[in-house]
Design a protein. Structure first.
Length: 74
């Protein structure tokens, strides 16, 4: 257990999942959202949106499928 590990690259695998009000999104996205009031955005550590999905569970599954570690943002 004395193997060096460079932790500075580890943070790049964390993504943040947050609820987004559909009313705050562009019209094109609102039309595709149907009757949903919220969608869920997945953001990287620099704040860039990587995905916008229908529900929280799907956002976490999507992140994990891409070897990312999702955390919730309030």
């Amino acid at each position: 257990m004395h193997t060096p590990f460079d932790f500075k690259d580890e943070g790049s695998k964390i993504v943040y999942v947050k609820a987004v009000d559909v009313a705050d999104l562009p019209e094109e996205v609102r039309l595709q959202a149907g009757d949903r009031e919220h969608l869920y955005a997945v953001h990287d550590s620099q704040g860039q949106q990587l995905a916008l999905v229908a529900d929280r569970k799907l956002a976490f599954v999507l992140a994990r499928q891409h070897d990312l570690s999702p955390v919730t943002v309030h």
